[in-house]
Design a protein around this ligand. Structure first.
Ligand code: BES
Ligand code: ZN
Ligand code: ZN
Length: 489
């Protein structure tokens, strides 16, 4: 999908569809007289109320060169923000694509023609275009495509072109993450993830290193290897590095760490078979750090950023780890594996320690870590846990600006009681209550006191039902927040 900025007036735009934004309290300004009269009539008849994401479509609109006019509602003008604009663009793309519209144009006028809004619209259009059906072979399922999206603004400018580019870059990065998260586990193994990371590095000018099983054994990553041992698929610890061209003013080095369980059966503590197929998305954290690096390689933040993605498959076999096994982590702490389904924290423990020892000064991880986070926050907000108020505030601010909703949960010292083991330094589960918190508390010692934020995305990385602006399936969370955080450092 091509994105183009132009200053063609609304009445002159030739496209399959012209999309304009209608507020409850303000009609589009620069349409043909006939179109404005039509819009007035649809409002008076109650067919269009301009509520957010409501639409009304007119074929062969009089006084316009476009073949269709789509007016999309945006609620009251005062409540309009970038999050809504992202959705509006996505909803327009998803409404018009099935109709066979190949070229569409958004008319953006008045104070909407700002960098922030153009960026959000461009990003939303790219996100709306994603379909999770690449494995369906019927050509009919793929023939309707949006070739290009034009953004018509009163005046072209370099800042607006840049904003369009940023929106496209971050949107494409999220779609990349979504595509990875959606791949089935037979096609996307830990080794394939590593290949993917290498290809990404080669394509976008990043440094890439893969730690294989032997290297991890040499280093003593017993927690990660304990999970991996049940699978015939070899594990990989992916390291992707972005180094800024100019030496940064500070010594800060941001690490993004993502859980990469390419499939989670639960291991010997096996999951119920109902819905188990969804556990292919248990590598969404890893996919998100790869996607974030893809965007950062293009947007070039001031600080160095390194991504770490521990990738394993959690399987059941005669070699699988058992409940009660005691493993020694890379940090040296011993862990009693009371439940083999609490595997994400085991692989993250070693990856976090590795990131610290490689020189990370600040760490943010993303992981589909617990079902308990969805019990606490439903599928709306990402759970945030931290050992450092300042970094937590930075992450929350970035997520707010990025329109990815998050919510901080407590990390009181007393929760550590729940993770006590009679036989090792730590147990890998914390009992019946507060499961998302005890999972975060489990991770905490492995960052060795460095400022760290843990994002539990188990409830938000997957959409069970599509939205008007987003297809069913992987969401790409928290790529946008990662990118903002690094760009605003
Ligand atoms: N991958 C799961 C968490 C998960 C659940 C992700 C639902 C997405 C949707 C994780 O490895 C897991 O199984 N966690 C257990 C922890 C428990 C054994 C303490 C859980 O949440 O049940
Ligand atoms: Zn699990
Ligand atoms: Zn898991």
């Amino acid at each position: 999908m091509e994105l183009i900025l132009s200053a063609t007036p609304a009445t002159e735009i030739e496209a399959g569809a012209l999309v304009v934004i209608g507020f409850e309290d303000q009609d589009p300004l620069f349409l043909s007289e006939e179109a404005l009269a039509w819009l007035k009539a649809t409002r008076e008849s109650g067919e269009f109320d301009a509520k957010p994401l409501s639409t009304v479509l007119w074929h062969r609109p009089a006084g316009l060169k476009a073949q269709r006019l789509l007016v999309i509602g945006a609620g009251p003008k005062a409540k309009c923000d970038t999050a809504l604009m992202r959705r509006i663009a996505g909803a327009a793309v998803r409404a018009l694509k099935p109709k066979g519209v190949a070229e569409l144009a958004f008319r953006v006028e008045g104070d909407l023609a700002s960098e922030a809004i153009i960026e959000a619209l461009a990003e939303g259009a790219v996100l709306g275009d994603f379909e999770p059906n690449k494995h369906q072979t019927d050509p009919k399922k793929h023939e309707k495509r949006i070739e290009n999206v034009r953004f018509s603004v009163p005046e072209e400018s370099i800042p607006l072109v840049e904003a369009l580019r940023r929106g496209r870059t971050v949107g494409e990065a999220q779609n990349y993450t979504r595509a990875l998260a959606n791949e089935p586990a037979n096609l996307l193994t830990p080794q394939k993830m590593a290949e993917e990371a290498k290809a990404l590095a080669a394509g976008f000018g990043l440094e890439c290193e893969i730690l294989d099983e032997d290297r991890m054994r040499q280093l003593g990553m017993g927690a990660l290897l304990g999970v991996a041992q049940g699978s015939a698929e070899r594990p990989a610890l992916i390291v992707l590095k972005y180094v800024p061209a100019e030496k940064p003013a500070s010594e800060d080095h941001l690490a993004l760490v993502g859980k990469g369980v390419t499939f989670d059966t639960g291991g010997v503590s096996i999951k119920p078979s109902d819905g188990m197929e969804k556990m292919k998305y248990d590598m969404s954290g890893a996919a998100a750090v790869l996607g974030a690096m893809r965007a950062l390689a293009q947007l070039k933040p001031r600080i160095p950023v390194t991504a770490y993605a521990p990738c394993v498959e959690n399987m059941v076999s005669s070699r699988a780890q058992r409940p009660g096994d005691i493993v020694t982590s890379y940090l040296g702490k011993t862990i009693e594996v009371l439940n083999t389904d609490a595997e994400g924290r085991l692989i993250l423990a070693d990856a976090l320690t590795y990131a610290v020892r490689q020189g990370a000064t600040h760490l943010v991880d993303a992981a589909t870590l617990t079902g308990a986070i969805a019990v606490a926050l439903a599928h709306l907000r990402v759970g945030v846990f931290s050992n450092n108020e300042e970094l937590q505030a930075r992450v929350l601010k970035a997520s707010e600006a990025a329109g990815e909703r998050m919510w901080a949960l407590p990390m009181d010292e007393e929760y550590n009681e729940l993770l006590k083991s009679a036989f090792a330094d730590l147990a890998n589960i914390g009992g019946r209550y507060g499961g998302a918190i005890t999972a975060a508390k489990f991770l905490e010692p492995f960052v060795d006191g460095k400022p760290w934020v843990h994002l539990d995305i188990a409830g938000t990385a997957w959409l069970d039902e599509g939205k008007p602006f987003l297809a069913k399936g992987p969401t790409g969370v928290p790529v946008r927040s990662f990118v903002r955080l690094a760009m605003e450092w």
